[in-house]
Design a protein around this ligand. Structure first.
Ligand code: C2E
Ligand code: CA
Ligand code: CA
Length: 850
């Protein structure tokens, strides 16, 4: 994209140099011989005294330049031939005070006073340079005297002209200047426009610095005085003083922003900032001092500042700053141009178009190059943004895919791909709320021979057989009147769900199915066919149990449980299929007694709290304990999750959780007494989260155990919270606000919605045992666990893997970046005393080995 303007620029320069080539060395003008006389301050001479003085000296240089002096300088110019010359030009427009004397045969003919301390209108000829007409006739002798006083540099470049020639040349010069000013003004407006759109300071600073150059060169040329404030010489002089330091300040600031010095080179940035401040101070000081000191100071300061800018570019280029390439070339063009102009002024370079205008060419090139660089930078930043946005979208898609995979895993059996228990329960609950006016039959199909098949043929074969069996059963039930799909996709319709390896289930509209007994009988026959596997006919000993909504239950859980009870009944064993009958349900009577026993156990403190340690994979240190309920008396008959289920169903969960929390607090303070600062995690039931007084109770209890504060974590399962997300979330947030960390339990076992999880005030996620157990053998599980760990980390959660039973699994988890593990590999849950002993044993072992 940069090629076009480059070429055009080169063509323009070539064209200009052709156009103005005759401007150098015109026949109608020449540089006169000059004599000079220096008069120290305090003395003065009249023009006649000067003319007849015997102190005149011949000037060696072609152009009078005395540097910074306070003397009054008189110059004597012999006027040339009257027919060729009629105009004297003084080309340095910054001189303060000029007096022009024309003598004819020793008689003063004319006297004119001008300079840049008087309004522009008082000039003999209104031009940006000083012009004095010389009217002479060939019959007399003429002398020209110039008296010059100035506070700036005493340089008085002179040229004698034929006025027609002068005006022709100066009109060409004016055109060149117009082109130059035009380029800079275009650059200024272009960048101003970009700034107005983007609001990025670098563009504004660039506009200001280009404006300063424009003013600087126009002031040096005398154009600003002529065009902007002809009636106010004092403004002109102050502007001259200000424009140099301001140009330097803007350029320095631009370099800072453009090269991004603050980020890329802080030391240089400090240096440049320092230079900016010094220049600003000097700019302010020019208001307080006289012109001669002011101008010397600003010029003296500009030199090191420019030097700084000159080394900055190449140095940054060398350091690999990509912006520095453009910068160096652009600044180089300006420096080279200025140097060429300087050299030309001192006669070191021949006078031609290129050397005379090299400063203008250099600064125009600089302005254009940097504009290109800014445009390129704009383009690059846009490009970077697009790339970043694409990466973000990709990450989002990956996250979404991981979520879908998790969900898919959560809802399907890994071996057969059929919907699993969660999926079946969801469909069932949905059906019962959506269309509760119907009766539904929940039917379980149990394969009573699977165990011996597995023992005979091995897991691999029994998995294949299960796959065949599921397809076979799905086909057998799909023609049953009233059967309802569990899941329907474009590719499959699943009527069957896999509850566990040997139990399947489906749901039918009970009235429709009962109206078609023949179809039911023939379905039963098909279901009982043995499975054909590698030529073997494998009998599965299929038995069915049925529970009806709403008679036998109003929620999926109860219905499934009762269908399973029916399947296990003697009647099913006899006939292959049985309905649930409360009288056949030995569980319900047991249940009643168990509830009162549990209540009793709570009151008489017969329950016990075991501890299972949690180890950090990074340090191999034990970092916490999970508290798990036990009912020692019923160790063999009731599993802990059954205790909890019972408690939840009967309202006993409220006192139970309170008991657990209090025990955990006591254990925590005992651990602290032993010098073990280990946090204890306790499991909270979703029912607790719905108790209005739960947060208050927790706070009260916690504050009566002041010393242990901060050591208790609450574990909640995310699926359980889904029953009442809004309330649970509110309770958790109020608990979290009082400083209790939350851990998300059993992650990956149900439908895991990241968007919900993200809202939970959690700090830890525990990956469910079902995903961890087969990590060593199931590559599918490895993918899920890895994405889960990565996702959780990206959300800022610590990750714990539960159910780690062997070293192989621990090693895999460590390589996946999992933070902590828990499981039988370390130890099963232990009573408090044993847990203490276990911790002690670990310490000793450490001391021995480490
Ligand atoms: P959970 O919160 O997921 O607890 C982890 C369960 O995994 C515990 O079962 C633990 O003994 C078991 N486990 C630990 N490591 C391994 C391992 O390596 N392999 C295998 N196969 N199992 C391992 P537990 O103690 O039977 O508790 C079962 C569930 O009952 C708990 O699951 C929790 O949901 C609930 N529960 C237990 N105590 C409480 C309690 O005090 N309050 C509440 N609300 N729920 C509790
Ligand atoms: Ca737990
Ligand atoms: Ca768990």
């Amino acid at each position: 994209m940069a090629q076009h303007p480059w070429l055009r620029l080169l063509a323009a320069i070539a064209l200009l140099s052709l156009l103005t080539a005759p401007a150098a060395g015109v026949a109608g003008s020449y540089i006169p011989e000059v004599d000079y006389l220096k008069v120290p301050p305090g003395q003065s001479l009249t023009a006649e005294q000067a003319l007849y003085s015997n102190q005149w000296q011949r000037l060696d240089d072609s152009s009078p330049n005395f540097g910074y002096i306070r003397d009054t300088v008189w110059l004597k110019i012999s006027a040339g031939a009257p027919e060729t010359v009629d105009l004297l030009e003084v080309q340095y427009p910054q001189l303060d005070h000029l007096e022009f004397f024309l003598f004819r045969n020793g008689q003063q003919l004319r006297h004119q006073v001008t300079g840049d301390r008087v309004p522009f209108s008082q000039r003999p000829v209104r031009d940006r340079h000083f012009l004095f007409p010389i009217e002479q006739t060939s019959d007399a002798d003429y002398d020209i005297l110039l008296k010059v006083e100035t506070q700036g540099a005493m340089q008085v470049p002179l040229e004698l002209w034929n006025s027609r020639e002068f005006y022709e040349t100066s009109s060409v010069e004016a055109q060149i200047h117009a082109v130059y000013y035009g380029i800079l003004i275009t650059v200024i407006f272009f960048n101003l426009f970009i700034f107005s759109v983007l609001r990025e300071p670098v563009y504004l600073v660039y506009v200001l610095s280009t404006l300063c150059y424009l003013l600087l060169i126009a002031s040096l040329n005398g154009t600003t005085f002529q065009m902007l404030w002809p009636a106010y010489p004092s403004i002109q002089n102050q502007a001259m003083l200000l424009v140099v330091p301001l140009a330097v300040v803007c350029t320095l600031q631009f370099s800072r922003l453009f090269l991004k010095l603050k980020q890329t080179a802080p030391a240089w940035d400090r240096l440049v900032r320092f230079a900016i401040w010094v220049n600003l101070l000097v700019a302010a000081y020019t208001f307080m001092t006289d012109y001669s000191i002011g101008s010397r100071l600003t010029v003296a300061l500009a030199i090191p500042s420019c030097l700084l800018l000159t080394i900055l570019g190449p140095y940054q280029w060398y350091r690999g700053n990509p912006q520095a390439v453009f910068y160096t070339i652009a600044w180089g063009a300006l420096t080279l141009g200025s140097a060429a102009t300087g050299a030309n002024k001192y006669g070191l370079l021949p006078n031609n178009f290129l050397t005379a205008y090299s400063m203008q060419i250099g600064s125009a090139l600089e302005a254009i190059l940097l504009t290109l660089a800014l445009a390129a930078r704009l383009y690059q930043e846009r490009q970077d943004k697009v790339v970043a946005r694409e990466a973000e979208l990709k990450a989002m898609a990956a996250r979404r895919a991981a979520e879908l995979r998790l969900m898919d895993h959560a809802l399907h059996n890994p071996v057969t791909g059929f919907p699993n228990r969660s999926s079946f329960e969801m469909t069932l609950n949905d059906l019962m709320t959506r269309a509760a006016e119907h009766r539904y039959g929940v039917v379980v199909i149990r394969l009573n021979n699977l165990d011996s098949v597995t023992k005979t043929l091995g897991h691999r074969n029994s998995d294949r057989i299960l796959e065949l069996a599921s397809k076979h059963y799905n086909a057998a039930i799909k023609d049953l009147p009233g059967v309802l799909p569990v899941e329907q996709t474009d590719a499959h319709t699943y009527f069957l769900a896999a509850l566990d390896p040997q139990t399947f289930a489906f749901v039918v509209n009970a009235d429709q199915a009962e109206a078609a007994p023949r179809a039911v009988i023939s379905m039963l026959e098909v279901l009982r066919f043995p499975i054909d596997y590698l030529g073997m006919q494998i009998p599965m000993e299929v038995r069915l149990g049925v529970a009806i909504f709403p008679e036998h239950g109003k929620d999926a859980n109860t219905l499934i449980r009762r269908a399973i009870i029916a399947e296990g009944s003697e009647r099913a064993a006899e006939r292959g299929l049985a309905y649930y009958k409360p009288s056949r349900d030995s569980f319900s009577a047991d249940r009643l007694t168990m509830v009162s026993e549990l209540r009793q156990a709570l009151i008489t403190n017969q329950l016990s709290l075991y501890l299972q340690p949690k180890m950090s994979l990074a340090t191999d240190n034990i970092v916490g304990m999970e508290a798990l309920i036990r009912w020692p008396e019923k160790q063999d008959s009731v599993r802990p999750d059954e205790i909890i289920e019972l408690a939840e169903q009967t309202g006993l969960i409220k006192p139970l959780t309170r008991w657990v929390l209090e025990q955990a607090l006591i254990m925590r303070s005992q651990l602290l007494e032993q010098g073990r600062d280990l946090g204890i995690s306790i499991n909270i039931s979703p029912n607790n989260l719905r108790e209005p007084d739960f947060p208050m109770f927790v706070q009260k209890l916690m504050s009566s155990y002041k010393g242990v504060q901060g050591g208790i974590t609450f574990e909640v399962t995310e699926t359980s919270m889904m029953q009442d997300p809004a309330n649970s979330l509110r309770t958790l947030q109020s608990l979290n606000a009082t400083g209790i960390p939350v851990s998300i339990d059993d992650f990956g076992s149900g439908y895991s919605s990241l968007s919900y999880i993200k809202q939970l005030p959690a700090s830890e996620v525990k990956i469910d045992r079902s995903l961890v157990t087969d990590l060593a053998t199931q590559s599918e599980d490895r993918v899920i666990v890895q994405t889960t760990i990565d996702m959780c980390h990206s959300l800022g959660y610590q990750v714990v893997a539960e159910g780690v039973e062997d070293e192989v699994t621990a090693t895999i988890l460590r390589s996946m970046g999992c933070d902590m593990i828990q499981g039988f590999m370390l130890t099963p849950p232990l009573p408090f005393g044993d847990a203490l002993a276990w911790l002690g044993a670990i310490d000793t072992q450490r001391r021995v080995t480490g």
